[in-house]
Every structure is written in structure tokens, then in C-alpha cells.
Write a protein that binds this ligand. Structure first.
Ligand code: NGS
Length: 261
């Protein structure tokens, strides 16, 4: 297998990507550097359910990592509280929506089992969406396939809104990220990656999830009838109850689907 990168190495653009922050220091699950003016305001949106052990490792690790990058950032922990099959796409839509309402211009969609290993892996948005977790120890640091966008992805809020976020129809494991790539492609938005020595992650162990057997069907359907994407995504989150609260280490976004089957 060969290492592959989609798109060239891109230097992060230094256009103004900051929002007004009321004060410096620790702030509702995030941080604003005290000794310099940050160049990026970034929301880290983490999809989550029932992985306490991973969360206990993820949170202190990420806060340490992110603080060293001199960013203005906040972690949004989006937790599915109902018992329906896990819906990663829906959770990321909801978390991104809350972060965008908080005026963050850049969202980083993040699995809770991935920890970045390279300090150079800047947690900020580039002009094009950037697949950040291109090199994971579980895959012997090789990229499994070119259009993979799962794991960790940085995307400008305006691009996320333009493609209507993720489909809410992929329940259980798999497929929602591949559909996301298709949405980007439909909008002629290319993904980029940093070189692999800057994109290494370690994956925390967990029991393998059971793949959703309908995922290939849903993928095909969404590809064939692309109009579906316009009605299924960020703009179709009516059937969920969302409660948001602040904790010291993250902004907690609790999600409960109304028709809990
Ligand atoms: C593909 C899945 C993606 C998944 C990727 C990597 O096969 O959703 O594997 O998964 N696509 C389909 O099932 C259609 S990983 O092993 O990193 O969890 O993200």
C-alpha cells in the first residue's frame, strides 16, 4: 500500500478567523491565550455516547495539546442520550449548528477515540476542508482510501452550511463520512491533507462497532438522487431535543431524539 495525499500540502491561510471573545484564559470548555492574540477561533465538535474511559483520556490530552497551539478554541461534546442506534452524522450536525450559532468560523469534527501525535498538526481551518487524521496507528499510519473524511476533519463553517452538513440517515456504524465526501464533491469542494508526518494519530481501543447493513443502500440512494441531500442534513433536525450547558472542560450538547425507537 502506498501513502497517498489528496491535494497538495497547504499552509494554513492567515486570514482573520477569529471571533470576539469576552475575556482571556479558561472559558466554558475552551481557552483564549493570555499572552498573544490568537489567529484562529476553532470549535472542536466531538460526537459521543457511552465511552467514559476514552473521554477521560481525550479531554485532558486535548486541552493540553490545544493550549500549546495558541488558539481560541472550545470543545463541544455532543452526546446522544437516547437508546436509538448511534447517529454520528446527526450529532455532528447538531454540534456544528450550536458552534456556528456561537459564531465559530471553523469547526473540527472529531471522534473521541483519536489523539493527535504531532504538535505541527494545527487545529485550524485551511481554505479547503482538511482531513486531519490521515495517518492512524491502527492502520499502520497509512491512509486506507483517498476519499476518507472520517476521524478528524476541519471545515470552515460556511462550507459546512453550504453542503447542508451530514445526512441524518446513517444510523449505526459506517457510511456517513463517505456520503459527506460525496456532498463536498457535488459542491466542487476538494479536501486537502497535511503531510503524513504531521497527521499522525493514535486510536484508543474500543470494541468494534457493528456495521450498519443498510449503509451501502443509503449511500447509493443519496448518490443517485442528490436532491435528497438538500432536504436531509443541517436543515432537518426538527425531531430532536437539544439541551446545552457549560462545564469546565466542554460545552455539553445533550441530544435526545423525540421518536426513540
Ligand atoms: C469505511 C466506512 C467509513 C469509515 C471507514 C474507516 O469502510 O464510514 O471505513 O473506518 N465506509 C463504509 O462503511 C461505507 S474506521 O476503521 O476508521 O473506523 O469511516
Amino acid at each position: 500500500m502506498h501513502l497517498k495525499y489528496v491535494g497538495a500540502y497547504q499552509k494554513p491561510e492567515v486570514y482573520k478567523q477569529i471571533i470576539n471573545f469576552p475575556k482571556r484564559g479558561i472559558l466554558h470548555g475552551g481557552f483564549v491565550p493570555k499572552h498573544c492574540n490568537p489567529m484562529f477561533s476553532v470549535a472542536i465538535v466531538v460526537n459521543y455516547r457511552d465511552r467514559q474511559k476514552q473521554l477521560d483520556v481525550f479531554l485532558p490530552y486535548m486541552h493540553n495539546f490545544l493550549r500549546k497551539q495558541n488558539l481560541h478554541y472550545r470543545i463541544y461534546l455532543v452526546e446522544q442520550q437516547d437508546k436509538s442506534p448511534f447517529n454520528r452524522g446527526m450529532l455532528l450536525n447538531i454540534g456544528a449548528k450550536v458552534a456556528i450559532e456561537d459564531k465559530f468560523p471553523c469547526v473540527i469534527l472529531h471522534d473521541v477515540d483519536l489523539l493527535p501525535l504531532d504538535a505541527a498538526n494545527l487545529y485550524a481551518c485551511t481554505a479547503s476542508p482538511r482531513h486531519m487524521s490521515a495517518s492512524i496507528d491502527k492502520f499502520r499510519f497509512l491512509l486506507p482510501y483517498d476519499y476518507l473524511t472520517g476521524g478528524v476533519l476541519a471545515i470552515k463553517s460556511e462550507d459546512f452550511v453550504a453542503i447542508n452538513g451530514f445526512s441524518n440517515k446513517f444510523v449505526g456504524w459506517g457510511g456517513e463520512d463517505d456520503n459527506f465526501f460525496f456532498r463536498l464533491k457535488m459542491h466542487k469542494i476538494k479536501i486537502v491533507r497535511f503531510p503524513h508526518h504531521m497527521s499522525r494519530y493514535t486510536m484508543l481501543w474500543h470494541k468494534p462497532e457493528r456495521p450498519n447493513s443498510a449503509r451501502f443502500f443509503t449511500l447509493r440512494e443519496n448518490r443517485q438522487y442528490s436532491a435528497i441531500n438538500a432536504e436531509d442534513g443541517l436543515n432537518a433536525l426538527q425531531d430532536v431535543r437539544v439541551r446545552v450547558s457549560n462545564t469546565p472542560l466542554y460545552k455539553h450538547v445533550k441530544v435526545q431524539q423525540r421518536c426513540d425507537t
